[in-house]
Design a protein around this ligand. Structure first.
Ligand code: NAI
Ligand code: MG
Length: 483
Protein backbone atom coordinates (compact mmCIF):
# COMPACT_ATOMS: atom_id res chain seq x y z
CA UNK A 1 0.00 0.00 0.00
CA UNK A 2 1.27 3.43 -0.91
CA UNK A 3 -0.25 6.44 0.80
CA UNK A 4 -0.06 10.02 -0.38
CA UNK A 5 1.94 12.29 1.84
CA UNK A 6 3.53 15.26 0.28
CA UNK A 7 6.42 15.78 2.69
CA UNK A 8 5.14 19.11 3.90
CA UNK A 9 4.46 20.94 7.13
CA UNK A 10 1.20 22.74 7.82
CA UNK A 11 2.13 26.25 8.94
CA UNK A 12 -0.02 29.36 8.82
CA UNK A 13 -2.53 27.59 6.59
CA UNK A 14 0.14 26.74 3.99
CA UNK A 15 1.69 23.40 3.13
CA UNK A 16 5.42 24.01 3.04
CA UNK A 17 8.57 21.94 2.85
CA UNK A 18 10.83 22.02 5.90
CA UNK A 19 13.19 24.98 5.66
CA UNK A 20 16.13 22.56 5.57
CA UNK A 21 14.46 20.65 2.73
CA UNK A 22 14.98 17.45 4.75
CA UNK A 23 12.46 14.64 4.71
CA UNK A 24 12.29 11.19 6.29
CA UNK A 25 10.39 8.04 5.44
CA UNK A 26 7.39 6.59 7.16
CA UNK A 27 7.40 2.79 7.22
CA UNK A 28 4.53 0.31 7.27
CA UNK A 29 5.49 -1.99 10.17
CA UNK A 30 3.55 -4.92 8.68
CA UNK A 31 5.39 -4.87 5.33
CA UNK A 32 8.50 -2.80 6.10
CA UNK A 33 7.64 -0.76 3.00
CA UNK A 34 8.01 3.00 2.75
CA UNK A 35 4.54 4.55 2.67
CA UNK A 36 5.27 8.23 2.88
CA UNK A 37 7.85 10.95 2.76
CA UNK A 38 7.54 13.33 5.68
CA UNK A 39 9.02 16.78 6.24
CA UNK A 40 11.66 16.90 8.97
CA UNK A 41 10.92 20.12 10.81
CA UNK A 42 13.59 21.85 12.87
CA UNK A 43 14.15 25.04 14.83
CA UNK A 44 13.34 27.40 11.95
CA UNK A 45 10.09 25.58 11.17
CA UNK A 46 8.99 25.47 14.79
CA UNK A 47 9.70 29.17 15.04
CA UNK A 48 7.59 29.93 11.96
CA UNK A 49 4.79 27.72 13.31
CA UNK A 50 4.81 29.42 16.72
CA UNK A 51 4.79 32.86 15.06
CA UNK A 52 1.83 31.92 12.88
CA UNK A 53 0.01 30.47 15.91
CA UNK A 54 0.69 33.74 17.74
CA UNK A 55 -0.64 35.94 14.99
CA UNK A 56 -3.73 33.72 14.56
CA UNK A 57 -4.31 33.93 18.30
CA UNK A 58 -4.05 37.69 18.36
CA UNK A 59 -5.94 38.09 15.11
CA UNK A 60 -8.77 36.09 13.68
CA UNK A 61 -9.13 33.41 16.34
CA UNK A 62 -9.68 35.81 19.24
CA UNK A 63 -12.41 37.50 17.18
CA UNK A 64 -14.20 34.17 16.76
CA UNK A 65 -17.23 33.91 19.06
CA UNK A 66 -17.27 30.68 21.10
CA UNK A 67 -20.33 29.43 19.23
CA UNK A 68 -18.42 29.68 15.97
CA UNK A 69 -15.52 27.75 17.48
CA UNK A 70 -18.03 25.10 18.53
CA UNK A 71 -19.46 24.91 15.02
CA UNK A 72 -16.00 24.43 13.51
CA UNK A 73 -15.13 21.69 15.97
CA UNK A 74 -18.36 19.88 15.14
CA UNK A 75 -17.68 20.26 11.46
CA UNK A 76 -14.25 18.71 11.98
CA UNK A 77 -15.81 15.80 13.89
CA UNK A 78 -18.16 15.23 10.97
CA UNK A 79 -15.31 15.39 8.47
CA UNK A 80 -13.34 12.82 10.48
CA UNK A 81 -16.27 10.41 10.43
CA UNK A 82 -16.79 10.99 6.72
CA UNK A 83 -13.13 10.06 6.22
CA UNK A 84 -13.28 7.09 8.57
CA UNK A 85 -12.04 4.56 6.02
CA UNK A 86 -9.18 6.76 4.88
CA UNK A 87 -8.07 7.47 8.45
CA UNK A 88 -8.37 3.81 9.42
CA UNK A 89 -6.27 2.77 6.43
CA UNK A 90 -3.59 5.31 7.37
CA UNK A 91 -3.50 4.23 11.02
CA UNK A 92 -3.23 0.57 10.04
CA UNK A 93 -0.47 1.21 7.51
CA UNK A 94 1.52 3.71 9.57
CA UNK A 95 1.10 2.30 13.09
CA UNK A 96 0.39 -1.39 12.56
CA UNK A 97 -2.80 -1.30 14.59
CA UNK A 98 -5.51 -3.64 13.39
CA UNK A 99 -8.34 -2.47 11.13
CA UNK A 100 -11.04 -3.34 13.64
CA UNK A 101 -9.55 -1.10 16.32
CA UNK A 102 -8.66 1.72 13.91
CA UNK A 103 -12.04 1.94 12.21
CA UNK A 104 -14.37 1.00 15.07
CA UNK A 105 -12.56 2.64 17.96
CA UNK A 106 -9.77 5.13 17.18
CA UNK A 107 -11.52 7.10 14.43
CA UNK A 108 -14.96 7.41 16.08
CA UNK A 109 -13.35 8.27 19.42
CA UNK A 110 -11.32 11.01 17.73
CA UNK A 111 -14.57 12.45 16.33
CA UNK A 112 -16.17 12.11 19.80
CA UNK A 113 -13.45 14.28 21.32
CA UNK A 114 -14.14 17.12 18.87
CA UNK A 115 -17.92 16.82 19.35
CA UNK A 116 -17.63 16.71 23.11
CA UNK A 117 -15.35 19.75 23.33
CA UNK A 118 -17.45 21.64 20.81
CA UNK A 119 -20.02 21.66 23.62
CA UNK A 120 -17.55 23.19 26.06
CA UNK A 121 -16.57 26.13 23.83
CA UNK A 122 -19.72 28.01 24.90
CA UNK A 123 -19.65 26.90 28.53
CA UNK A 124 -16.42 28.27 29.90
CA UNK A 125 -18.04 31.20 31.70
CA UNK A 126 -16.53 32.61 34.89
CA UNK A 127 -18.07 34.03 38.05
CA UNK A 128 -18.69 37.16 40.05
CA UNK A 129 -17.53 37.13 43.64
CA UNK A 130 -19.37 39.13 46.31
CA UNK A 131 -17.11 41.65 47.96
CA UNK A 132 -17.09 44.92 49.81
CA UNK A 133 -19.92 47.31 48.96
CA UNK A 134 -18.99 49.45 45.99
CA UNK A 135 -16.68 46.76 44.62
CA UNK A 136 -17.34 44.43 41.74
CA UNK A 137 -15.12 41.43 41.16
CA UNK A 138 -15.50 39.13 38.21
CA UNK A 139 -13.39 36.17 37.19
CA UNK A 140 -13.17 35.17 33.57
CA UNK A 141 -11.50 32.22 31.94
CA UNK A 142 -9.08 33.06 29.19
CA UNK A 143 -7.14 30.86 26.81
CA UNK A 144 -3.37 30.70 27.39
CA UNK A 145 -2.49 31.67 23.84
CA UNK A 146 -0.11 29.43 21.90
CA UNK A 147 -0.10 25.78 23.01
CA UNK A 148 2.66 23.31 22.10
CA UNK A 149 1.53 19.69 21.94
CA UNK A 150 3.66 16.59 21.43
CA UNK A 151 2.03 13.21 20.85
CA UNK A 152 3.21 9.59 20.68
CA UNK A 153 2.85 6.85 18.08
CA UNK A 154 0.49 4.38 19.75
CA UNK A 155 -2.82 6.16 19.02
CA UNK A 156 -1.72 8.81 16.52
CA UNK A 157 -5.09 10.25 15.43
CA UNK A 158 -6.77 9.81 18.79
CA UNK A 159 -3.96 11.53 20.70
CA UNK A 160 -4.05 14.42 18.21
CA UNK A 161 -7.80 14.74 18.87
CA UNK A 162 -7.47 14.53 22.67
CA UNK A 163 -4.91 17.32 22.57
CA UNK A 164 -6.32 19.61 19.88
CA UNK A 165 -10.03 19.53 20.76
CA UNK A 166 -9.91 21.00 24.30
CA UNK A 167 -7.16 23.50 23.45
CA UNK A 168 -9.15 24.85 20.48
CA UNK A 169 -12.47 24.81 22.34
CA UNK A 170 -10.91 27.04 24.98
CA UNK A 171 -9.73 29.49 22.32
CA UNK A 172 -6.02 28.68 22.08
CA UNK A 173 -4.01 28.20 18.93
CA UNK A 174 -1.76 25.16 18.59
CA UNK A 175 1.51 23.84 17.25
CA UNK A 176 1.24 20.04 17.15
CA UNK A 177 4.19 17.69 16.73
CA UNK A 178 3.21 14.12 15.84
CA UNK A 179 5.53 11.19 16.53
CA UNK A 180 8.12 10.49 13.83
CA UNK A 181 6.97 6.86 13.59
CA UNK A 182 3.34 7.77 12.77
CA UNK A 183 2.95 11.24 11.28
CA UNK A 184 0.53 10.50 8.43
CA UNK A 185 -2.84 10.72 10.17
CA UNK A 186 -1.96 14.14 11.64
CA UNK A 187 -1.17 15.36 8.14
CA UNK A 188 -4.53 14.10 6.93
CA UNK A 189 -6.18 15.78 9.92
CA UNK A 190 -4.44 19.04 8.95
CA UNK A 191 -6.01 18.79 5.50
CA UNK A 192 -9.48 18.47 7.06
CA UNK A 193 -8.77 21.34 9.48
CA UNK A 194 -8.04 23.47 6.44
CA UNK A 195 -11.09 22.21 4.52
CA UNK A 196 -13.64 22.83 7.28
CA UNK A 197 -12.44 26.43 7.56
CA UNK A 198 -10.26 26.95 10.62
CA UNK A 199 -8.48 30.27 10.08
CA UNK A 200 -4.84 29.90 8.96
CA UNK A 201 -2.41 29.45 11.85
CA UNK A 202 -4.96 28.24 14.41
CA UNK A 203 -3.55 24.73 14.03
CA UNK A 204 0.01 24.20 12.80
CA UNK A 205 1.50 20.76 12.33
CA UNK A 206 5.25 20.33 12.43
CA UNK A 207 6.36 16.79 11.70
CA UNK A 208 9.86 15.80 12.71
CA UNK A 209 11.98 14.09 15.34
CA UNK A 210 11.79 14.43 19.09
CA UNK A 211 15.24 15.84 19.82
CA UNK A 212 14.88 18.44 17.03
CA UNK A 213 11.29 19.50 16.29
CA UNK A 214 9.98 18.33 19.66
CA UNK A 215 12.74 19.83 21.77
CA UNK A 216 12.58 23.15 19.89
CA UNK A 217 8.85 23.40 20.48
CA UNK A 218 9.35 22.81 24.21
CA UNK A 219 12.15 25.37 24.41
CA UNK A 220 10.46 28.04 22.29
CA UNK A 221 10.08 31.19 24.41
CA UNK A 222 6.73 32.17 22.88
CA UNK A 223 4.81 28.98 23.76
CA UNK A 224 2.40 29.61 26.65
CA UNK A 225 1.33 26.07 27.57
CA UNK A 226 2.70 22.60 26.87
CA UNK A 227 1.10 19.18 26.77
CA UNK A 228 3.01 15.95 26.20
CA UNK A 229 2.12 12.28 25.95
CA UNK A 230 4.99 9.81 25.73
CA UNK A 231 7.76 8.24 27.74
CA UNK A 232 8.51 9.17 31.33
CA UNK A 233 12.15 9.98 30.50
CA UNK A 234 11.27 12.47 27.77
CA UNK A 235 8.51 13.88 30.00
CA UNK A 236 11.03 14.63 32.74
CA UNK A 237 13.28 16.40 30.24
CA UNK A 238 10.36 18.47 28.98
CA UNK A 239 9.53 19.56 32.51
CA UNK A 240 13.15 20.54 33.13
CA UNK A 241 13.26 22.66 29.97
CA UNK A 242 9.85 24.18 30.70
CA UNK A 243 11.11 25.19 34.15
CA UNK A 244 13.43 27.75 32.56
CA UNK A 245 10.54 29.63 30.99
CA UNK A 246 8.03 28.60 33.71
CA UNK A 247 5.75 27.23 31.02
CA UNK A 248 3.01 25.04 32.51
CA UNK A 249 3.01 21.42 31.34
CA UNK A 250 0.63 18.49 31.32
CA UNK A 251 2.41 15.13 31.22
CA UNK A 252 0.71 11.88 30.27
CA UNK A 253 3.46 9.31 30.69
CA UNK A 254 3.91 5.59 30.95
CA UNK A 255 2.22 2.95 33.02
CA UNK A 256 2.55 -0.55 34.46
CA UNK A 257 -1.04 -1.07 35.40
CA UNK A 258 -2.11 -3.83 37.79
CA UNK A 259 -5.14 -5.90 36.78
CA UNK A 260 -6.32 -7.73 39.91
CA UNK A 261 -8.45 -10.87 39.77
CA UNK A 262 -10.03 -12.03 43.04
CA UNK A 263 -11.20 -15.62 43.46
CA UNK A 264 -14.84 -14.53 43.63
CA UNK A 265 -14.79 -12.82 40.22
CA UNK A 266 -16.63 -13.92 37.10
CA UNK A 267 -13.56 -15.71 35.77
CA UNK A 268 -14.77 -15.88 32.20
CA UNK A 269 -15.24 -12.11 32.02
CA UNK A 270 -12.01 -11.53 33.94
CA UNK A 271 -9.97 -13.71 31.59
CA UNK A 272 -11.37 -11.78 28.63
CA UNK A 273 -10.50 -8.53 30.42
CA UNK A 274 -7.00 -9.78 31.16
CA UNK A 275 -6.44 -10.51 27.46
CA UNK A 276 -7.83 -7.27 26.04
CA UNK A 277 -6.14 -5.42 28.91
CA UNK A 278 -2.70 -6.47 27.70
CA UNK A 279 -3.06 -7.29 23.99
CA UNK A 280 -5.19 -4.32 22.92
CA UNK A 281 -3.16 -2.33 20.36
CA UNK A 282 -0.50 -5.10 20.76
CA UNK A 283 0.27 -3.89 24.25
CA UNK A 284 1.40 -0.52 22.91
CA UNK A 285 -0.91 1.28 25.31
CA UNK A 286 0.03 3.34 28.33
CA UNK A 287 -2.86 1.75 30.27
CA UNK A 288 -1.98 -1.83 29.31
CA UNK A 289 -2.88 -4.18 32.16
CA UNK A 290 0.63 -5.58 32.09
CA UNK A 291 0.74 -6.88 35.68
CA UNK A 292 -1.95 -9.49 36.17
CA UNK A 293 -2.42 -10.29 39.87
CA UNK A 294 -4.32 -13.55 40.39
CA UNK A 295 -5.61 -14.86 43.74
CA UNK A 296 -3.77 -18.04 44.60
CA UNK A 297 -6.82 -20.28 45.15
CA UNK A 298 -7.98 -19.91 41.52
CA UNK A 299 -4.61 -19.20 39.94
CA UNK A 300 -4.04 -22.55 38.16
CA UNK A 301 -7.51 -22.57 36.67
CA UNK A 302 -7.45 -18.88 35.75
CA UNK A 303 -3.98 -18.90 34.22
CA UNK A 304 -5.05 -21.85 32.03
CA UNK A 305 -8.05 -19.79 30.85
CA UNK A 306 -5.84 -16.81 30.06
CA UNK A 307 -3.33 -18.96 28.17
CA UNK A 308 -6.14 -20.55 26.21
CA UNK A 309 -7.42 -17.18 25.07
CA UNK A 310 -3.92 -15.84 24.41
CA UNK A 311 -3.15 -18.81 22.16
CA UNK A 312 -6.13 -17.83 20.00
CA UNK A 313 -4.90 -14.23 19.65
CA UNK A 314 -2.63 -14.85 16.69
CA UNK A 315 -0.85 -11.93 15.04
CA UNK A 316 -1.94 -11.45 11.44
CA UNK A 317 -2.44 -9.03 8.56
CA UNK A 318 -3.65 -5.83 10.25
CA UNK A 319 -5.70 -4.79 7.20
CA UNK A 320 -7.91 -7.84 7.77
CA UNK A 321 -10.98 -6.90 9.83
CA UNK A 322 -10.75 -10.20 11.75
CA UNK A 323 -7.15 -9.80 12.91
CA UNK A 324 -6.71 -9.04 16.60
CA UNK A 325 -2.97 -8.40 16.81
CA UNK A 326 -0.88 -6.39 14.35
CA UNK A 327 2.88 -5.80 14.15
CA UNK A 328 4.72 -3.69 16.69
CA UNK A 329 5.22 -0.12 15.52
CA UNK A 330 8.92 -0.38 14.68
CA UNK A 331 11.94 -2.64 14.68
CA UNK A 332 13.22 -0.66 17.67
CA UNK A 333 10.07 -1.40 19.64
CA UNK A 334 10.30 -5.10 18.79
CA UNK A 335 13.93 -5.14 19.94
CA UNK A 336 12.86 -3.54 23.21
CA UNK A 337 10.13 -6.15 23.75
CA UNK A 338 12.51 -9.00 22.92
CA UNK A 339 15.04 -7.62 25.37
CA UNK A 340 12.48 -7.55 28.17
CA UNK A 341 11.26 -11.10 27.56
CA UNK A 342 14.85 -12.35 27.72
CA UNK A 343 15.43 -10.32 30.87
CA UNK A 344 12.29 -11.76 32.49
CA UNK A 345 13.55 -15.29 31.92
CA UNK A 346 16.95 -14.36 33.36
CA UNK A 347 15.14 -12.95 36.39
CA UNK A 348 13.47 -16.33 36.92
CA UNK A 349 10.07 -15.86 35.30
CA UNK A 350 8.58 -18.78 33.40
CA UNK A 351 7.87 -18.26 29.71
CA UNK A 352 4.44 -19.88 29.43
CA UNK A 353 3.58 -18.63 25.94
CA UNK A 354 5.11 -16.75 23.01
CA UNK A 355 8.49 -15.16 23.56
CA UNK A 356 9.39 -15.02 19.90
CA UNK A 357 8.82 -13.21 16.63
CA UNK A 358 5.68 -14.23 14.77
CA UNK A 359 5.76 -15.30 11.14
CA UNK A 360 3.00 -13.58 9.21
CA UNK A 361 2.65 -13.75 5.42
CA UNK A 362 6.01 -13.48 3.66
CA UNK A 363 7.88 -13.14 6.95
CA UNK A 364 8.33 -9.39 6.83
CA UNK A 365 6.99 -7.02 9.48
CA UNK A 366 7.68 -6.46 13.17
CA UNK A 367 5.27 -9.11 14.44
CA UNK A 368 5.68 -10.59 17.90
CA UNK A 369 3.80 -13.45 19.53
CA UNK A 370 1.47 -12.68 22.44
CA UNK A 371 3.66 -13.52 25.39
CA UNK A 372 2.80 -14.63 28.90
CA UNK A 373 5.29 -14.80 31.76
CA UNK A 374 4.19 -16.69 34.86
CA UNK A 375 5.91 -17.09 38.24
CA UNK A 376 6.68 -13.39 38.18
CA UNK A 377 7.34 -11.52 41.39
CA UNK A 378 6.44 -7.85 41.67
CA UNK A 379 10.05 -6.82 42.29
CA UNK A 380 11.33 -8.18 38.96
CA UNK A 381 12.11 -5.57 36.31
CA UNK A 382 9.50 -7.14 33.99
CA UNK A 383 6.95 -6.28 36.69
CA UNK A 384 8.30 -2.81 37.43
CA UNK A 385 9.19 -1.34 34.01
CA UNK A 386 6.96 -0.45 31.09
CA UNK A 387 7.53 -2.90 28.22
CA UNK A 388 4.95 -1.42 25.82
CA UNK A 389 4.34 -4.63 23.94
CA UNK A 390 2.25 -7.83 24.10
CA UNK A 391 3.89 -9.19 27.24
CA UNK A 392 1.80 -10.14 30.27
CA UNK A 393 3.43 -10.75 33.65
CA UNK A 394 1.35 -12.88 36.01
CA UNK A 395 1.82 -12.55 39.77
CA UNK A 396 -0.01 -14.63 42.41
CA UNK A 397 -1.33 -13.22 45.68
CA UNK A 398 -3.12 -14.50 48.79
CA UNK A 399 -4.55 -11.48 50.68
CA UNK A 400 -6.30 -8.25 49.72
CA UNK A 401 -3.82 -6.17 51.76
CA UNK A 402 -0.90 -7.90 50.04
CA UNK A 403 -2.19 -7.30 46.53
CA UNK A 404 -3.02 -3.65 47.16
CA UNK A 405 0.45 -3.08 48.59
CA UNK A 406 2.17 -4.79 45.64
CA UNK A 407 -0.07 -3.12 43.07
CA UNK A 408 1.02 0.24 44.49
CA UNK A 409 4.68 -0.79 44.75
CA UNK A 410 5.54 0.49 41.30
CA UNK A 411 6.82 3.82 39.98
CA UNK A 412 3.72 4.33 37.83
CA UNK A 413 0.11 5.14 38.70
CA UNK A 414 -1.89 5.37 35.52
CA UNK A 415 -4.66 2.77 35.70
CA UNK A 416 -5.76 -0.43 37.43
CA UNK A 417 -8.35 -3.17 37.05
CA UNK A 418 -10.27 -4.99 39.80
CA UNK A 419 -12.34 -8.13 39.21
CA UNK A 420 -14.63 -9.31 42.03
CA UNK A 421 -18.30 -9.90 42.74
CA UNK A 422 -17.91 -8.53 46.27
CA UNK A 423 -19.16 -4.94 46.02
CA UNK A 424 -17.49 -3.75 49.20
CA UNK A 425 -14.15 -5.31 48.29
CA UNK A 426 -14.35 -3.75 44.80
CA UNK A 427 -14.80 -0.23 46.11
CA UNK A 428 -12.32 -0.63 48.98
CA UNK A 429 -9.69 -1.86 46.56
CA UNK A 430 -10.44 0.97 44.08
CA UNK A 431 -10.04 3.49 46.90
CA UNK A 432 -6.71 2.01 48.00
CA UNK A 433 -5.11 1.88 44.53
CA UNK A 434 -2.81 4.75 43.61
CA UNK A 435 -3.95 5.31 40.02
CA UNK A 436 -5.71 7.90 37.90
CA UNK A 437 -8.27 5.40 36.58
CA UNK A 438 -9.69 2.21 38.13
CA UNK A 439 -11.87 -0.18 36.16
CA UNK A 440 -14.09 -2.60 38.11
CA UNK A 441 -15.23 -5.73 36.30
CA UNK A 442 -14.17 -4.16 33.00
CA UNK A 443 -10.95 -2.83 31.53
CA UNK A 444 -9.86 -0.12 29.13
CA UNK A 445 -12.96 2.04 28.87
CA UNK A 446 -12.60 5.70 27.90
CA UNK A 447 -14.96 8.54 27.21
CA UNK A 448 -14.34 12.09 26.06
CA UNK A 449 -16.38 13.15 29.10
CA UNK A 450 -14.29 11.30 31.71
CA UNK A 451 -10.97 12.71 32.96
CA UNK A 452 -7.90 10.64 32.21
CA UNK A 453 -4.35 10.88 33.54
CA UNK A 454 -1.92 9.48 36.05
CA UNK A 455 -0.14 9.76 39.36
CA UNK A 456 3.58 9.39 40.22
CA UNK A 457 5.76 8.53 37.18
CA UNK A 458 2.66 8.40 34.99
CA UNK A 459 2.62 12.19 35.07
CA UNK A 460 0.11 14.78 36.15
CA UNK A 461 -2.71 16.87 34.81
CA UNK A 462 -5.84 15.41 33.28
CA UNK A 463 -7.06 15.16 29.72
CA UNK A 464 -10.69 14.73 28.66
CA UNK A 465 -13.77 15.78 30.58
CA UNK A 466 -14.17 19.18 32.15
CA UNK A 467 -10.69 19.07 33.68
CA UNK A 468 -9.24 18.53 30.22
CA UNK A 469 -10.60 21.82 28.89
CA UNK A 470 -10.07 23.82 32.10
CA UNK A 471 -6.40 22.90 31.75
CA UNK A 472 -6.26 25.11 28.66
CA UNK A 473 -7.71 28.19 30.38
CA UNK A 474 -6.38 30.49 33.06
CA UNK A 475 -8.47 32.79 35.16
CA UNK A 476 -8.26 36.54 35.34
CA UNK A 477 -9.96 38.38 38.16
CA UNK A 478 -11.01 41.94 37.50
CA UNK A 479 -11.70 44.41 40.32
CA UNK A 480 -13.94 47.35 39.61
CA UNK A 481 -14.52 50.25 41.96
CA UNK A 482 -18.09 51.31 41.44
CA UNK A 483 -17.12 54.72 42.75
P1 NAI B 1 9.16 9.17 23.25
O1 NAI B 1 8.72 9.72 24.56
O2 NAI B 1 10.56 9.42 22.82
O3 NAI B 1 8.20 9.77 22.08
C1 NAI B 1 6.97 10.40 22.27
C2 NAI B 1 6.95 11.75 21.56
O4 NAI B 1 7.93 12.61 22.14
C3 NAI B 1 7.32 11.70 20.07
O5 NAI B 1 6.54 12.65 19.36
C4 NAI B 1 8.76 12.12 20.06
O6 NAI B 1 9.18 12.68 18.83
C5 NAI B 1 8.78 13.16 21.15
N1 NAI B 1 10.09 13.42 21.74
C6 NAI B 1 11.13 12.55 21.89
N2 NAI B 1 12.17 13.17 22.47
C7 NAI B 1 11.80 14.45 22.69
C8 NAI B 1 12.44 15.59 23.25
N3 NAI B 1 13.68 15.52 23.70
N4 NAI B 1 11.76 16.75 23.33
C9 NAI B 1 10.50 16.83 22.89
N5 NAI B 1 9.83 15.79 22.33
C10 NAI B 1 10.47 14.62 22.23
O7 NAI B 1 8.84 7.65 23.24
P2 NAI B 1 9.60 6.52 22.35
O8 NAI B 1 11.07 6.68 22.48
O9 NAI B 1 9.06 6.55 20.99
O10 NAI B 1 9.13 5.17 23.07
C11 NAI B 1 9.91 4.65 24.14
C12 NAI B 1 9.05 4.13 25.24
O11 NAI B 1 8.27 5.20 25.78
C13 NAI B 1 8.01 3.10 24.83
O12 NAI B 1 8.53 1.82 24.75
C14 NAI B 1 7.01 3.25 25.94
O13 NAI B 1 7.44 2.54 27.07
C15 NAI B 1 7.04 4.71 26.24
N6 NAI B 1 5.94 5.42 25.57
C16 NAI B 1 4.81 5.69 26.28
C17 NAI B 1 3.73 6.27 25.66
C18 NAI B 1 2.48 6.59 26.39
O14 NAI B 1 1.42 6.65 25.79
N7 NAI B 1 2.53 6.84 27.67
C19 NAI B 1 3.73 6.57 24.23
C20 NAI B 1 4.99 6.30 23.58
C21 NAI B 1 6.03 5.73 24.25
MG1 MG C 1 12.21 8.37 21.64
Amino acid sequence: MKLESDGRLFIGGEWEAASSGETFESINPATEEVIGSVASGDEADVDRAVKSARSAFEGKWSAFPPAKRAALLQKLAGAILKNRDAFAAIEVADQGKVMFEASKIDVPMAADAFNYYAGWATKLGGSTIPNAPGMLNYVQNEPFGVVGQIIPWNFPLLMAAWKLAPALAAGNTVVLKPAEQTPLSAIKLGQLIEEVGFPPGVVNIVTGFGPTAGAELVAHPDVDRLSFTGSTEVGKGIMRTAADSLTPVTLELGGKSPNIVFADANLDAASRGAITGIFYNKGEACTAGSRLFVEDSIADEFIAMVLDRARKSKPGDPTDMGTKIGPLVSAAQRDRVEGYVKLGQEEGANLALGGKRAEVGDGRGYFYEPTVLTVVSNTMRVAQEEIFGPVLSIIRFKEVEEVVLEANQNPYGLAAGVWTNDLGKAHRTAAALNAGTVWINTYGLYSAAVPFGGTKASGFGRELGEQGVRAYTRSKSVWVSLG
